[in-house]
Design a protein around this ligand. Structure first.
Ligand code: ADP
Ligand code: MG
Length: 399
């Protein structure tokens, strides 16, 4: 059986016009001899009637936080509605489709509501439907705990559903349909002339996703990589071939930088240990005990510099108030990631980056680098300007 998984994001299923385009993509796969499994997100984006954020706004914040099981159940509804409506649309084109929840699709998770970890996937139900010539339309972003309760897999979790299912049924490929032509050298909403990346390796795209490119969930990349199933990012609204993600990536691509992405909502923390009783390692340990993730970490004999996510600011302030540290905070920062597996060992890349940013009159607050990524911290007000300047500096639109 030649199986394909086709996942359609919120914007792809938001209107009837678009759902007709979804049917065409499913039909093309059938005509190519595939047995498709369709995965859908909730219809539309925040503010639209059946989007997950809209459903969540129907319950009190307090109730939501203290009744995680109930809010997970509510959060599953958007996708379930989508499965039924999409099945209806497929039926209209004489395609036999069966809507299924994540649990019915065999996704079994722990009971860490709102961010459940997948324990295993039992693909029997899906395989049975396929062998009966029926197309499963699976609700993305959700699973079922071993006790049978609905759980959700965290933001962007429908991509993860597609990868989990693709690996469990040994699909030939997993197609992720969205509202852009594929993975671009930068977010096309920021850089209008961003170029399509035709081939990219799992590793590089994981870096992209981890560093803020919303186009695919990092965990979905990891799952597909472990199962060695190729991922394709495609546009529901066009026939563009999209981006192919596999182990090899682009062997022909000689470009130094693959792309640029960013994460906003960062706070830079500078702590000074001169005359303080507390030791640097003890302070970092206090942060770890409160589950505060830190990054861009620079440890010096007399000071530490790092960044945290804005959401952890209250926790950080309460820890700082218990110490005798001198500190300063820089709010509203963005971490720009310049990604390219070929930057390793090439001299002068950092110099070009700094020159391009400072030429714009923008201050770089901090930098860090790994074998495949260089990070620069800047004030969020300049995030778009910095991305555009770097995109120009490395000629990313001329690929
Ligand atoms: P879906 O609802 O289909 O899952 P998402 O909003 O999660 O769609 O992801 C698609 C969006 O990701 C695009 O509209 C685009 O603005 C954004 N994006 C961010 N970085 C990139 C990038 N490097 N390449 C392509 N799209 C990107
Ligand atoms: Mg998405």
């Amino acid at each position: 059986m030649k199986i394909i998984v086709q996942k359609f994001g919120g914007t792809s299923v938001s209107t009837q016009e678009r759902r007709k385009l979804v049917v065409q993509k499913v039909m093309s796969a059938i005509n190519e001899g595939y047995k498709p499994i369709v995965v859908v997100s909730a219809m539309g984006r925040s503010g639209e009637p059946y989007a997950t954020d809209t459903l969540l706004s129907l319950i009190d914040k307090d109730f939501k936080e203290t009744n995680k099981r109930a809010s997970d159940l509510l959060m599953c509804c958007g996708e379930i509605i989508s499965t039924v409506i999409m099945s209806n649309e497929l039926k209209k084109s004489k395609i036999a489709a069966v809507p299924v929840t994540g649990g019915q699709a065999g996704i079994i998770t722990d009971d860490n509501y709102s961010n459940a970890a997948v324990k295993y996937v039992k693909p029997e139900n899906l395989l049975k439907l396929l062998s009966d010539n029926e197309i499963p339309v699976v609700a993305g972003f959700q699973g079922k705990s071993e006790n049978g309760f609905f759980t959700t897999l965290g933001r962007g979790g429908s991509d993860v559903t597609a990868s989990l299912i693709g690996c469990a049924v040994k699909a030939e490929k997993i197609e992720i349909y969205t509202d852009v032509d594929g993975i671009m050298t930068a977010d096309p909403r920021i850089v209008k002339d961003a170029a399509l990346i035709e081939n990219i390796s799992y590793n590089e795209v994981f870096e992209f996703a981890e560093q803020g490119a919303k186009v695919i969930h990092p965990r979905a990349v990891e799952v597909a990589m472990n199962g060695n199933v190729p991922l394709l990012i495609k546009n529901t609204l066009s026939d563009c071939p999209g981006t192919l993600i596999n182990r090899e990536g682009s062997i022909l691509n000689k470009s130094l930088i693959t792309g640029i992405t960013s994460l906003s909502g960062r706070v830079q923390v500078i702590t000074k240990f001169k005359n303080a009783k507390i030791k640097s390692s003890d302070f970092l340990n206090m942060l770890a005990l409160k589950n505060i993730n830190i990054d861009l970490i620079n440890v010096f004999p007399k000071e530490n510099i790092f960044t945290i996510d804005n959401k952890d600011l209250n926790k950080l302030n309460s820890i700082l108030s218990k110490t005798d540290l001198n500190y300063s905070l820089e709010n509203n920062c963005s971490k720009i990631a310049i990604i390219g597996s070929r930057i390793c060992g090439v001299p002068g890349v950092m110099a070009r980056i700094l020159k391009a940013i400072t030429k714009e009159g923008i201050e770089v607050l901090q930098t860090a680098d790994s074998h495949s990524t260089i990070w620069c911290l800047v004030k969020s007000d300049f995030e778009g300007q910095v991305i555009k300047a770097l995109h120009r500096e490395f000629n990313l639109n001329n690929k």
